[in-house]
Structures are given as structure tokens and as C-alpha cells.
Design a protein around this ligand. Structure first.
Ligand SMILES: [Zn+2]
Length: 289
């Protein structure tokens, strides 16, 4: 079944959990992007993907959250944008085998757009287009824009993706924080309106603050744009520092309970973000099937 048919009419899709915090647990130094290990330690990235597929994920995200030139340049990888994105798709596709869809993950640039920052809208479109081209050429099932907080950047990412891959399914999730807005002040209902106008294939919330806040955001998105497939991929509860480690307080059982509620609210894709592990995804898969 192609991804769009499954998204609209098939059983609910279980997405994977965190990549970044899993790689850190495997020794990726804090501050080093996961994309570096796509090139240097592909077997570790593949292990994380495989663990999620084994846990029941129907959809896995490539390890390319920071795969734009804007972010890769911080890691000295500015001239390897196409290679990083292509390799990441190959690794994910092999791990997915025929058991999971592969989403080409696109995260924010990590920069503010004009007038708040220096990056022009047109440059942002080109940066997203460059990454999306690498992902699309390597054969992803969809492009998955995530953790967005600015609607201008969302527009730029959607435009960039469509410029190079007009026929690929495209989804967008934003990250809502403790006040129920993104850190750029966007409310869920505003985001839903814009995304419905952009006619993306699905949208929703990822990362973000608490599970309760995510639920609230999803309710508002549904009210603003009923009928659009919703995607919910929250963090495993709230992060807290214990000694030098960041721990998340959401157990697999709590995440699974919320996943069921998200599905009742219209979620067609449920998974986890920071702090979630294969154990969380396994519990979610059991709960929603
Ligand atoms: Zn996250």
C-alpha cells in the first residue's frame, strides 16, 4: 500500500521514537549531530532503526534532522549534504526492509529568518530544497518536516520540498511549548490553518512540552482543520537533569495511554520524540492496534 493510502484509509501508523537521545546513549557526544554518525558509525544508526522496526514501528525517520547545509556546516559537513542525506536513506531503507515506510526527516535550519535574523526566505527555500532533493533522489516514501516553530520557516520548507519533489507526500509537525505556543509564538490553530491552506498531507505536533500540552495542541489543530490526518510524536514526558544526565519522566505505559487518546482525537500517526525508546514504541504499538 502506498504511504498516502495507508495514511488516509489504513490502520493507524506507529512511528518510531527518538534518534538523537538513542545515539547519545550509544556514545554520540553531546554537541555532535547524529548526521556525523550517518557517515562514521552507520551500523549504530541502523541498530536504532532496526530496534524501532522490531518494536512495531510502521514508519521510521531518516537520521537527517540536521541535514540542511545550514546545520551540516557547523559539523564541517557543508560539502557533503547530498551524501549525508542519501546515505541516511540507504541505512533506513535497509533497516526498514519491507516492514516500515521511510520518511525523509527535515528539521529547522536553526537560524531566524529575516526580519528577525539574517537568512532570507529565498535562501531558506533553497536550503530545504537541497536537502529534500537528496532525500527524494534516494527514494523516501514521504518528506517529513518537523520540530518547526516559525510559520515562515514552515512555508519555506514546504516550498523547498515541493520545488524538487512535487509528487512526494509531505507532512509537517510543529513543536509547542509550555505556554501552548511554539517558541515563535504560533498557536496550534494558526498552524493548522496555514498547513491546511498549504495542503500538506498530514500535520500535527512533535517534541514540545508535556504530554498534556501536546494533547491540548492536537485538540486545537483538529478543531481548526477537521479531517486532516494528524501526526503526534511527543517527547517522553518532561526532561529533567539528574546529575549530568537528561531523564524523561514519561514511562512506556503513560505514553501508550496518551497514544490511545491521540488516536481518539484523530491521530493517524503516533510515535515518540526526545527520550522515547523502543520500549515506548512497543507499548504504543500494543495500545493502538
Ligand atoms: Zn524531541
Amino acid at each position: 500500500m502506498d504511504f498516502l493510502t495507508r495514511l488516509k484509509d489504513g490502520p493507524v501508523l506507529v512511528a518510531d521514537g527518538a534518534m538523537g537521545t538513542m545515539l547519545q546513549a550509544a556514545g554520540l557526544p553531546v554537541g555532535t549531530p547524529g548526521e556525523a554518525w550517518v557517515l562514521e558509525r552507520p551500523e549504530v544508526v541502523a541498530d536504532v532503526h532496526r530496534a524501532y522496526v522490531e518494536a512495531g514501528a510502521d514508519l521510521i525517520l531518516t537520521c537527517t534532522f540536521g541535514g540542511t547545509r545550514a546545520r551540516l556546516s557547523h559539523a564541517g559537513l557543508a560539502d557533503r549534504v547530498a551524501e549525508v542525506n542519501r546515505r541516511a536513506v540507504e541505512i533506513a531503507r535497509e533497516a526498514a526492509a519491507d516492514r516500515a515506510y521511510v520518511a525523509g526527516d527535515i528539521g529547522p535550519l536553526g537560524e531566524l529568518l529575516v526580519p528577525l535574523g539574517k537568512r532570507t526566505y529565498e535562501e531558506a527555500v533553497a536550503l530545504f530544497a537541497e536537502q529534500a532533493a537528496g532525500l527524494a533522489e534516494a527514494g523516501v516514501d514521504l518528506l517529513y518536516i518537523e520540530t518547526m516553530s516559525s510559520l515562515d520557516e514552515v512555508r519555506a520548507a514546504v516550498e523547498g520540498a515541493r520545488r524538487v519533489a512535487p509528487d512526494l507526500p509531505l507532512t509537517v509537525t510543529l513543536s509547542f511549548d509550555a505556554k501552548g505556543r511554539t517558541n515563535m509564538g504560533v498557536r496550534p490553530e494558526q498552524a493548522a490553518q496555514v498547513l491546511a491552506e498549504l495542503r500538506v498531507d498530514g500535520f500535527g505536533a512533535n517534541c514540545g512540552a508535556s504530554l498534556e500540552m501536546t494533547e491540548e495542541a492536537v485538540c486545537r489543530m483538529r478543531e481548526a482543520a477537521p479531517g486532516v490526518p494528524l501526526i503526534v510524536k511527543p517527547n517522553a514526558g518532561l526532561p529533567r537533569m539528574v546529575e549530568d544526565e537528561v531523564l524523561y519522566d514519561g514511562t512506556p505505559e503513560v505514553m501508550a495511554e496518551y497514544a490511545r487518546r491521540f488516536v481518539d482525537l484523530g491521530a493517524r500517526v503516533v510515535g515518540g520524540c526526545c527520550g522515547s525508546t523502543p520500549a515506548h514504541i512497543e507499548a504504543i504499538a500494543r495500545a493502538v492496534r
